[in-house]
Ligand binder design. Structure first.
Ligand code: AMP
Length: 318
């Protein structure tokens, strides 16, 4: 049985190592294990990003940057389809169809909405409705597996529920139920302050950060005085090395936070450097990046339009 994988990232800023270890690394690992007949769709979720970015230049720049980032981490446009969500209008169209079978109280139970409410944040209708657009993103491609970080797990459950609901209402088997894939241990990558690493908390380490940026961020990691092992430093180190590899370093440097942070800077930089250099090279040929997106749009549209036509017949508008 062929397998279909789909995931995406919002172009809302520079990706950080939380995005990478929580989700993006899996895009590459799964791509490199594809069998014949399998498909890997990697999306730039610009219409989701539009809930947070209302500036033309920023949107353009972030979108292009994210396409370069995908290529730099090893997503191969020959093996995977890299595309922009807004290039495939079937996403918003199916999102609308799902809106008509979805209730407000159901969407009000979403963590993202509840968090925004608890913080008294004003939330756009688009952000409130995020799970329905994401359900459309996933279900248009008959997706089997959605590799994401912990914070997106509930949204994949919404996609499953919506598929079941649609199939039930219209007495059909149009939609396949997708499964979520999170990686044990890194489903939530902590930031420099110990909270979840997030663009909105200012506690990130950029995935393509320079050595200076890495040093600044690592030196700012909050340490809990009094313990031999600084928890937040160790948690970040564990992304890069096994317990066994780290044991001698932490044993030899008990309570020496500065030395441990220096070692962490070294390890993060050694890990990021090859990707950073690859990215610099890719950024020199923007035409090629645009060509990847144009080709991805054609491939994604072919699948999505076919599925949308099937849905339109089922609901009786075609
Ligand atoms: P975003 O586009 O910001 O929603 O995030 C892209 C992907 O990164 C999603 O799959 C998120 O679940 C994942 N992600 C974001 N922050 C973290 C984190 N701190 N730890 C693990 N995964 C994360």
């Amino acid at each position: 049985m062929s397998k279909i994988i789909l995931s995406g990232v919002k172009p809302t800023g520079r990706p950080h190592i939380g995005n990478y270890f929580g989700a993006m690394k899996q895009f590459v690992d799964l791509q490199n294990k594809l069998a014949s007949g399998d498909h890997n769709f990697i999306m730039i979720a610009d219409y989701h990003g539009l809930n947070f970015i209302h500036d033309q230049a920023t949107m353009r720049e972030n979108t292009l940057n994210l396409a370069i980032d995908y290529l730099a981490i090893g997503i191969d446009p020959v093996k995977s389809t890299i595309f922009k969500q807004s290039d495939v209008s079937a996403h918003t169209e199916l999102g609308w169809i799902f809106n008509t079978i979805t209730t407000m109280p159901y969407l009000m139970r979403a963590h993202a909405f509840k968090d925004a409410e608890a913080k008294n944040k004003e939330i756009s209708v688009g952000a409130f409705d995020y799970p329905m657009l994401m359900a459309a993103d996933i279900l248009l491609y008959n997706t089997d597996i959605v590799p994401v970080g912990q914070d997106q797990k509930q949204h994949v459950e919404y996609a499953r529920d919506t598929a079941l609901k649609f199939n039930h209402i219209f007495k059909t088997e149009t939609f396949k139920l997708p499964d979520v894939l999170t990686i044990e241990g890194v489903a939530v990558v902590p930031g420099t302050d110990g909270q979840k690493m997030s663009k909105s908390y200012g506690n990130t380490i950029g995935l393509f950060a320079t050595r200076e940026e890495i040093t600044k961020a690592v030196m700012g990691i909050v340490t809990d005085s009094g313990s031999d092992v600084p928890k937040n430093v160790y948690a970040m180190h564990r992304l890069l090395k096994s317990e066994a590899e780290l044991a001698p370093l932490y044993e030899a440097n008990k309570g020496k936070y500065k030395a441990l942070k220096d070692a962490l800077v070294e390890d993060i930089d050694a890990f990021i450097k090859p990707m950073r250099e690859r990215r610099e090279e890719l950024a020199r040929d923007i035409d090629k990046v645009h060509a990847v997106l144009a080709e991805g749009a054609i491939k994604a549209r072919a699948q999505a339009d076919m599925k949308l036509a099937e849905v339109k017949k089922v609901i009786g508008v075609l």
